[in-house]
Ligand binder design. Structure first.
Ligand code: NAD
Length: 426
């Protein structure tokens, strides 16, 4: 089964449980728009490189499509389609007036110079400009794209449409209309979901150990806030390696060291790794982090990290998904059977899209809020929707993922029916 079929199989299970009409199944089985583009970039040495990119709009039933743009060597149409599907579910789970979309470019962005990277970002927006906009499809950052890249993209879009249109892209630098609080929002939201679950379990952060795979943007903010709350972060990893300390790691100085080179050189990406700490703490094999005996394993890197091949070795008491799709459906089912709770991506990583939504509102109204207001609105929405998901899981005796899908898909299905279908006419 490829990534998309695997993801869609979960949808079909939920549709059966909800007993919705065939129309809903048909409407949600494939994306509404799938665009492949070529992006020519004149490289610094004078030769022309043509990159492949995609923008997929999965569902626009609840509103304009919304979703990030990924720059990575493994990006392909199937991955972008799957990520757009998850965005559609996710926006519905937290009640946003958005459908789901996603974009990506097949590239190793760290091999490009700063100027080449900017040309690629601008070229990508020129290639997809006809299908995006504040009422149609609103891109945002994802893996290897950040506020700097969104700033270039927003500037390019303004040039194309010949007017200031800040609501066309979210995750922008604050100086270009970005929202205060957006950078930390995914990590902050994930921590809120974990906190609410921990509270229901009658446990307290001080008693819990945490290992985090993928110490990047989302995970850093999660780790920093979780450390402040008293959780003991015992392991961190990134694409270059992993570190472990039973006494606990301090995320802030580790992040500062990992990103110092970037700050000094004005680079978009950091060259360094958590491995830079190896002379002070124990270095472990990257995959060993996934099987540590911890209370909470946080997955914040990429999809398909826990699968049939390694799920039996997972010893964590619970899993928090900050990454999209880090468990295959087979691994998810195995963990459910073993009674290991999974706080799923479509709920746990929604902090980013919720604050993107707040950014979009601020851009459209011209009324800009301070950080406390943004954080409060994030907490209110996520608190309410997390409560609904946790309650539903308990009431129906299903996993948190199934409960989240039931909530989200029910909202989309209701909107499909409200738009009119044959069953309604009979
Ligand atoms: P990022 O590029 O800043 O961080 C990803 C991190 O994962 C990097 O540190 C990278 O080195 C590490 N990594 C890659 N492969 C690894 C491996 N095999 N083992 C260990 N670490 C590995 O990206 P991000 O924005 O933090 O996003 C991370 C995940 O969270 C993605 O799945 C993304 O789709 C999801 N997500 C991010 C946001 C957001 O707002 N940033 C929102 C929702 C979901």
């Amino acid at each position: 089964m490829d990534l998309f079929e695997d993801a869609r199989s979960r949808l079909y299970e939920v549709l059966e449980r909800l007993e919705v009409s065939d129309d809903v199944r048909e409407r949600l089985s494939q994306p509404v728009l799938s665009l492949q583009v070529s992006i020519p970039v004149r490289m610094d040495d004078g030769h022309l490189c043509v990159f492949k990119g995609w923008r997929v709009q999965y569902s626009n039933i609840l509103g304009p499509t919304k979703g990030g743009i990924r720059f990575h060597t493994n990006v392909n149409q199937t991955e972008v389609t799957t990520l757009s599907f998850w965005m559609a579910v996710k926006c519905a789970v937290v009640g946003l007036p958005y459908g789901g979309g996603k974009g990506g470019v097949e590239v190793d962005p760290k091999s490009l110079s700063l100027l080449e990277l900017e040309q690629l970002a601008r070229g990508y927006i020129r290639a997809i400009a006809d299908v995006i906009g504040p009422d149609r499809d609103i891109p945002a950052p994802d893996v290897n794209t950040n506020a700097t890249v969104m700033g270039w993209m927003a500037d390019e879009y303004d040039h194309i449409v010949r007017r200031q249109t800040p609501a066309a892209i979210t995750g922008k630098p604050v100086e270009l209309g970005g929202s205060i609080g957006r950078v930390a929002a995914t990590g902050r939201g994930a921590l809120q979901v974990l906190d609410l679950w921990v509270e229901r379990e009658g446990r307290s952060p001080e008693d819990l150990t945490v290992a985090i795979q993928g110490f990047g943007n989302a995970a850093y903010h999660f780790a920093s806030l979780a450390h402040q709350k008293g959780y003991r972060i015992v392991a961190l990893s990134d694409s270059q390696g992993a570190i472990h300390s039973e006494k606990g790691l301090e995320p802030d100085p580790i992040w500062e060291e990992k990103t110092r080179n970037r700050d000094l050189t004005g680079m978009v990406y950091c060259d360094d790794s958590v491995r830079g700490q190896a002379d002070r703490v124990q270095e472990i094999p990257q995959d060993a982090l996934l099987t540590l005996d911890v209370d909470v394993l946080v997955l914040a890197a990429l999809e398909d990290q826990i699968h049939e091949g390694n799920v039996d070795d997972v010893q964590a008491g619970a899993i928090l998904e900050i990454a999209n799709g880090p468990l295959t459906s087979a691994a998810d089912a195995a963990l459910w059977k073993r009674g290991v709770p999974v706080l799923p991506d479509v709920l746990a990583n929604t902090g980013g899209v919720i604050v993107s939504y707040l950014e979009w509102i601020q851009n459209r109204t011209g009324d800009y809020w301070d950080e406390a207001t943004v954080n409060q609105r994030l907490a209110e929405r996520l608190g309410k929707e997390t409560g609904r998901v946790l309650d539903r899981a308990e009431e129906e005796g299903v996993s948190y993922r199934t409960a989240a899908y039931l909530e989200g898909v029910e909202r989309i299905a209701t909107a499909i029916n409200r738009r009119g279908n044959r069953q309604d006419w009979d």
